[in-house]
Design a protein around this ligand. Structure first.
Ligand code: TYD
Ligand code: MG
Length: 463
């Protein structure tokens, strides 16, 4: 009788719920298909059991705050912390903000651990705690040796228990805490396995509280699934202050650092790194590496003057147009949106009379990077037309213009910066839209050619 009573009592304390392991949707009962993301068989029962200590702490702190007029809010804005990595500072909006929680995602093997360890080893002004739940002491030691860096201020901890990590962090009070990775952590207050949605969420919210209370900057490394979403950590995106993504093709040496969310700055900035034998090197002048330095003029290649955030970037676009051998022509792109390519091909076909419907079209952005600036359109169609007609675009020419559905060349933002960058890199001519305003007052070193329609562009280029 007594035993039964005890059982019923503890049972009532354990609350369980079902969580989609793909997107984190919660459901009171098991369902076969997730109503939110459509994934099949992804619901797993997890115990939701809040620790009492956590609850009382939270309610105690919320008791202290009262509504107050907005102009009486304190603004003790701290200067941002500059780490010895210019690209990271830039992407974060000009440095790291005290007490911020940053999620750093990327595919396995892309170089997340390398970048974080590199930053930790280069920053010697204050304590840094690097927690690894994935690698052994030896592995980290070897990596540090490979990077050729050492820093007595950088402490390393092999641990996966959240409670122990917080304990050590509270003792050390490091300026920066790096957790590699959030999917390996587990807390005793939740009984599901590490990496499950409720574990990941609970661990992150405890680390968030630690960051806010201590002012420590916390980086959480998170792995991304094949589909490009942060597995599990998807649920973290609205909890953290900043979401950073590390992208690139593993077979290429260039890596792009972007932010998809940033409470303390813009999300338009990118950082570019080159993966070398001894770590990641910051690429200060990316245009030079993204333009292939060929000596001859080759058909099917054109240079686009793009912008990523406030940064002009000249990239080479390569196209190959060939007769389709099989019935259905193929359209394949690397680093460029395939739907946009289809749209541009339709414009060329319908508005300008080029017969590309029966041809295979392949498009490639050099360097294995992915870009989305619509100003690349003009370079894309120039590369396609050049490959189709087998006439090369002279290598001192570049392009900045968007193509509209009726075949018009549309103006693009920050045209002066693009033109200046092109001039700086030694280009002799740049094609822009004739609808761009104030073109006359621009650089004298480069000839600016304004075109209004795709047909006009073709005539000026190859006519
Ligand atoms: P890693 O940082 O372990 O990736 P992640 O933490 O995102 O899973 O990166 C590992 C890759 O980087 C691996 O393929 C080896 C390569 N690498 C270099 O090319 N140079 C280096 O100096 C280091 C440390 C790694
Ligand atoms: Mg790693």
């Amino acid at each position: 009788m007594e035993a039964q009573y005890f059982r019923a009592n503890t049972m009532s304390k354990i609350k369980t719920a079902y969580f989609c392991q793909n997107c984190g949707t919660q459901s009171p009962k098991w369902v076969g298909k997730c109503p939110s993301c459509g994934e099949w068989n992804s619901f797993v029962e997890e115990i939701v059991q809040k620790s009492d200590a956590g609850i009382s702490k939270l309610s105690a702190s919320s008791k202290g705050s009262k509504p107050k007029p907005i102009n009486e809010l304190e603004s003790n804005r701290q200067p941002r912390l500059q780490v010895p990595d210019g690209e990271l500072n830039r992407v974060l909006g000009g440095g790291l903000v005290q007490g911020s929680l940053i999620l750093f995602g990327g595919e396995p093997g892309i170089g997340k651990s390398t970048l974080m360890l590199q930053v930790a080893l280069k920053y010697s002004a204050e304590n840094i705690l690097y927690v690894s739940g994935e690698e052994s002491e030896e592995q980290i030691h070897m990596r540090a040796e490979r990077l050729g860096l050492s820093n007595p201020q950088c402490m390393v901890l092999m641990e996966t228990s959240l409670e122990n990590i917080i304990l050590h962090a509270e003792q050390l009070l490091p300026r920066i805490l790096i957790v590699d990775s959030i999917q390996t952590l587990s807390t005793t207050t939740i009984e599901s396995s590490p990496g499950s949605v409720s574990q990941v969420r609970e661990c992150a919210s405890r680390l968030l509280r630690f960051a806010k209370e201590s002012g420590t900057i916390v980086f959480l490394i998170g792995h991304i699934t094949k589909e490009g979403t942060l597995a599990g950590p998807k649920v973290l995106e609205h909890m953290v202050d900043t979401v950073l993504q590390f992208e690139g093709d593993r077979n290429h040496i260039y890596r792009l650092l972007r932010s998809s969310k940033n409470r303390f700055g813009s999300t338009h900035e990118i950082g570019i790194y080159e993966m070398q034998g001894a770590g990641l090197r910051e690429v200060a002048n990316p245009s030079e590496i993204l333009i292939h330095t060929q000596t001859d003029d080759l058909s099917g290649s054109a240079v686009a003057a793009t912008m990523e955030g406030a940064r002009p970037l000249l990239v080479e676009i390569q196209a190959l147009v060939s007769t389709a051998v099989y019935g259905t022509p193929q359209r394949s792109t690397t680093g460029f949106d395939t739907r946009r390519l289809n749209m541009l091909l339709a414009v060329l076909e319908k508005k300008c009379g080029f017969r590309l419907g029966m041809s295979d079209v392949f498009l490639n952005i050099a360097g294995g990077i992915r870009l989305e600036d619509p100003a690349m359109d003009m370079a894309v169609i120039s590369a396609i037309l050049s490959s189709n007609s087998e006439i090369a675009v002279t290598k001192h020419v570049c392009f900045a213009g968007e193509v509209g559905l009726s075949g018009e060349i549309r103006p693009v933002a920050r045209i002066d910066q693009r033109i200046n960058e092109a001039a700086k890199l030694g280009f002799k001519q740049i094609y822009v839209s004739s609808f761009n305003k104030g073109l006359n007052a621009l650089s004298k070193e480069i000839e600016v050619i304004a075109v209004g329609r795709v047909g006009e562009l073709f005539e000026k280029l190859f006519g």
